[in-house]
Design a protein around this ligand. Structure first.
Ligand code: AHR
Length: 522
């Protein structure tokens, strides 16, 4: 590993000009009795993995708590500043981040959603009980047109989840015709009469959600039978080629995957969606280091699951053509009842720990870029590991969470070619690194999940030379630090020093931090 021995590296580190470095860092480099040796990282710009599809940074919005109603959608007559009913501040923040794809309307909600209830004049839309998330009544004012309008505002690709659990093949088929057929059919003309003469051309369609659980508690065989039946009727209306996503496993459940795929051998889906949450046993802002370590260690298991589920798919004839989606992921903490009562179901604060978790996830997506088609964090606003939080459904405030900023730091990887990175440690709580290259630039992301140790990185580039570099860091030594409504800028990215010389990069990665460095390379 690396080109220098540990002894050679130590000698050269001492020889570095201390004036070029931040004071705290130079103390580490010069070395005292407790100075940890630098960790060596080798970036193989000559070994390509696969393109970091922007869809690996995808999102998910469900009719749950205050994600849609009161979160993204406040209505046109709200006193909260809005653009045609969409919360203006949320739109502005999300546009800045870029939302490649947005999945809707669930989640569990999807398998009890009847799309036709959500189109046409709002006053005529039936009021329905949301049976999964609190038995409250929804007025249906956010339906297909409102969702597509949101995607258009955000520049996001829409991804609709159809109802397999309590719906029918005919209902889902009609939804596709309604969305995609240009004109002349009753459903296309109904869409036009409802204000959208242009077809929506929705490509991504989930055929159910978690059908092993809230989507009908099916066996893999039952689901495969239903999927085949649905798929017969889900057509390319108006020439929009569909990307049909079958329900994949809960975590790394190989039994489910094999059972479903055995049943679909002759009609493999375009995509196969796994869900993998990282549970937490503490309230979001009260994590202990032990509870954090337990939660963060799950990301190594997610990486294993991605590798193993990919291998299962590859084992089928033409299985290599089936995209693997991580349709729901993120930290799911023990959320205090008061927070949910005040702000909505599953309203969860995002802390420095959550940002580290996001960084571990996004790093593993880069490393496995050849195996993943899409990944959607749960969820975009006010639910679980959200990007934005509002102070309740009626609240005017909207803050960018630590998770938002972790995503922002990874944005430069989008559409670049992921390249191999070799590190000294494979521990689940060791330094996590990924890299991607494109058009004279190398992007490196480092995540230090340790709460008690800073890491100095000595990074060698193989296959490229770097001339200059800059970096941004998201860091707080307090694992429970977060962006509150009173102090929304507590944890935000800042400039971070890097030292670049030819094929060598040196950077300090403090405890609990996410760092992205951008190097000009030749
Ligand atoms: O994201 C919250 C819920 O978690 C979703 O509705 C469901 O798909 C999953 O179990």
């Amino acid at each position: 590993m690396g080109t220098m021995s540990r002894r050679q590296f130590a000698a050269s580190a001492v020889a570095l000009s201390a004036t070029a470095l931040a004071p705290r860092w130079s103390a580490i480099l010069i070395g005292g009795p407790d100075a940890a040796p630098a960790q060596r990282v080798v970036v193989r710009t000559d070994v390509e993995i696969g393109t970091v599809r922007p869809e690996l940074h995808g999102h998910f919005a469900e009719h749950l708590g205050s994600c849609i109603y009161g979160g993204l959608w406040v209505g046109k007559n709200s006193r909260i500043p809005n653009i045609n009913g969409y919360r203006q501040q949320a739109i502005e923040y999300l546009r800045e981040l870029g939302v490649p794809v947005l999945r809707w309307p669930g989640g569990c909600f999807a398998d009890d959603y009847h799309w036709h209830d959500g189109v046409g004049p709002v006053e005529r839309r039936p009021k329905r009980v949301n049976i999964h998330w609190g038995d409250y009544v929804e007025d249906g004012s956010f339906g297909t047109h409102e969702f597509i309008g949101l995607c258009q505002l955000l520049g996001a690709e829409p991804y609709l989840a159809g109802n397999v659990g309590s719906g029918s093949p005919g209902e889902m088929r009609d939804w596709i015709e309604y969305c995609n057929y240009p004109s002349g059919s009753a459903l296309a003309d109904e869409r036009a009469a409802n204000g959208s003469p242009e077809p929506f051309r929705v490509r991504y369609w989930g055929v159910g959600n978690e059908n092993w659980g809230c989507g009908g508690e099916m066996t893999p065989e039952e689901y495969a039978d239903l999927y085949r039946r649905f798929a017969v009727y889900l057509r390319e209306f108006g020439g929009t080629k569909l990307y049909l996503v079958a329900c994949g496993p809960n975590g790394n459940d190989a039994r489910w995957s094999q059972g479903v795929l055995d049943g679909l051998r002759r009609r493999l889906p375009n995509g196969f969606s796994m869900h993998y949450y990282s549970g937490g046993r503490e309230a979001p802002t009260r994590f202990t280091p032990e509870a954090m370590n337990e939660q963060l260690a799950s990301f190594a298991r997610i990486e294993q699951a991605v590798i193993q589920q990919r291998a299962i798919l590859d084992g089928y004839n033409n299985g290599r053509n089936v995209g693997l989606l991580l349709d729901e992921w993120g930290v799911w903490d023990r959320i205090p009842a008061e927070d949910q009562q005040r702000n909505g179901r599953l309203w969860q604060q995002s802390t420095m720990r959550s940002a580290v978790a996001a960084g571990l996830g996004l790093n593993l997506f880069n490393r496995q870029a050849d195996k993943l088609y899409m990944c959607n964090i749960a969820q975009i606003v006010n639910v679980l590991q959200s990007l934005l939080l509002t102070n309740g459904p009626g609240g005017e405030q909207c803050v960018r969470t630590t998770t938002y900023y972790a995503f922002l730091l990874f944005k430069p990887h989008r559409s670049k070619m992921a390249v191999r990175v070799e590190t000294e440690t494979s521990s689940p709580l060791g330094l996590s690194v990924s890299a991607s290259k494109g058009e004279g630039e190398l992007v490196l992301s480092f995540v230090n999940p340790r709460y008690d140790a800073d890491v100095e990185v000595d990074c060698t580039l193989r296959g490229s030379n770097a001339s200059e570099g800059t970096a941004q860091i998201l860091h707080d030594a307090d694992l429970n630090a977060y962006n509150s409504f009173e102090n929304p800028l507590q944890v935000v990215p800042k400039a971070h020093p890097v030292r670049v010389e030819g094929s060598n990069l040196r950077v300090e990665i403090p405890r609990l931090s996410v760092v992205t460095a951008r190097l000009r390379i030749s």
